[in-house]
Write a protein of this length. Structure first.
Ligand code: NAD
Ligand code: MG
Length: 388
């Protein structure tokens, strides 16, 4: 059997490190074509020395010389800059993990899609901002999109693609994040450290804040709509604090199918890595007696306005999801930098959506232009908030 060649976009992040761990455990199954990170030279170089990719790339041009020096004599080629990241995605790996955070991952993910690769998609923001155009590119290139987000991996595993017309509903589960039972008054004072302390999952800073605002579930709603071609009004969200049921699909005969597991991203990553077969993963085994109770509650749209905004953006269509995502990225970065408060995140997204009426996006270039426009507007709104 030939080994599957893989490229990891975002290998130094939370998803990236878990992917590296799984690949390293199976040198009989995988060889590495390229590893890509933003600027964490030391970690990237250490991964490269162990996994021996053909190439290691940093997005930050300033980190290029340090990477070249760190891998000097290793026989591994290095490069730096956003174009080099796209070129890395174009290299002929059969399987690509798209685990860059944010819309910055759109161009390289699309490059892998356009050459017909099997793309394991963790980077939900690129589907949110380029949705139907991205899905059209997947179809045109004959690429395969495998969801890595735990909810979408769950749905993918129980979704009957041979009789899509029998799917009545998709139900996305949400942990509710660290502020699930916190009042809006208390949320106003929450610090970045409190927001990134997720009760069940260990993740990068941006998605951790998204979980605290529940924008993450809003982005996942849009992601599910595109991945499974299910209309917005047939996708429900239920809060399930134990994060054991990762999501569900309800069928016309009343059956509801779910995928369960301990909250550990190595399971959905392994599913995508092994697909269409399963490979072993070291995630803690689910002990239902120890979990004892699985509970559910309706999400609270008053305390978590981001959920309402994401649903509205999906209903509005056109550029609204692109604007929602871009404004959210800017607002989360400002919150993490201590420039705005926690409640200002959703407020910034809402005001940016109000300021930019929806326009049709006919190409990826249109998407990137609208993304930039929304970022500029969100920054402007934040500037005024923090100066007032
Ligand atoms: P992270 O911040 O831990 O890692 C991000 C990775 O992307 C790092 O390797 C970083 O170097 C790289 N990167 C950042 N900007 C880049 C750029 N401009 N060019 C190239 N590389 C860049 O984030 P994460 O938690 O691993 O999340 C990655 C993606 O996966 C996000 O879209 C997130 O929503 C999604 N996701 C994550 C989890 C999780 O458990 N962490 C679960 C589901 C989905
Ligand atoms: Mg998720």
């Amino acid at each position: 059997m030939t080994r599957r060649s893989v490229t990891i976009l975002g290998s130094t992040g939370s998803i990236g490190k878990n992917t590296v761990e799984l690949i390293e455990a199976r040198p009989d199954l995988y060889c590495v074509e390229a590893l890509v990170a933003n600027s964490s030279v030391e970690l990237l170089a250490a991964q490269a020395r162990r996994l021996k990719p053909k190439m290691a790339v940093v997005a930050d041009p300033a980190a290029g010389p340090a990477l070249r020096q760190a891998l000097d004599g290793s026989g591994i080629a290095t490069a730096a800059g956003p174009e080099a990241v796209v070129a890395a995605a174009e290299r002929p790996a059969e399987w690509v993990m798209a685990a860059i955070v944010g819309a910055a991952g759109l161009a390289p993910t699309l490059a892998a899609v356009r050459r017909g690769a099997v793309v394991a998609l963790a980077n939900k923001e690129c589907l949110v901002c380029a949705g139907s155009l991205m899905i059209a590119e997947v179809a045109r290139a004959g690429a395969t999109l495998l969801p890595v987000d735990s909810e979408h991996s769950a749905i993918f595993q129980v979704f009957d693609f041979s009789q899509v017309d029998t799917v009545e509903k998709i139900v996305l589960t949400a942990s509710g994040g660290p502020f699930r039972s916190v009042s809006r008054e208390a949320m106003a004072a929450m610090t970045p450290q409190q927001a990134v302390a997720h009760p069940n999952w260990s993740m990068g800073a941006k998605i951790s804040v998204d979980s605290a605002t529940m924008m993450n579930k809003g982005l996942e709603l849009i992601e599910a709509h595109h991945l499974f071609a299910i209309p917005e009004d047939r996708i429900d969200i239920v809060v399930h604090p134990q994060s054991v049921i990762h999501s569900l699909v309800a069928y016309v005969d009343g059956s509801v199918l779910a995928q369960l597991g301990s909250p550990d991203m190595r399971t959905p990553i392994a599913y995508a890595l092994g697909w269409p077969r399963r490979i072993p993963a070291p995630s803690p085994r689910l002990d239902l007696a120890a979990v004892a109770n699985l509970t559910f509650e309706a999400p609270d749209p008053e305390r978590f306005p981001a959920l309402r905004l994401a649903r509205l953006a999906l209903q509005t269509g056109k550029s609204a999801p692109t604007v929602l995502n871009a404004a959210n990225e800017v607002a989360v970065a400002a919150f993490l930098a201590g420039r705005i408060g926690f409640l200002d995140i959703a407020a910034t997204v809402e005001r940016t959506l109000e300021a930019l009426p929806p326009v049709a996006l006919d190409s990826i270039e249109d998407v990137l232009a609208e993304d930039q426009r929304a970022r500029a507007r969100a920054r402007d709104l934040i500037e005024r908030t923090s100066n007032s």
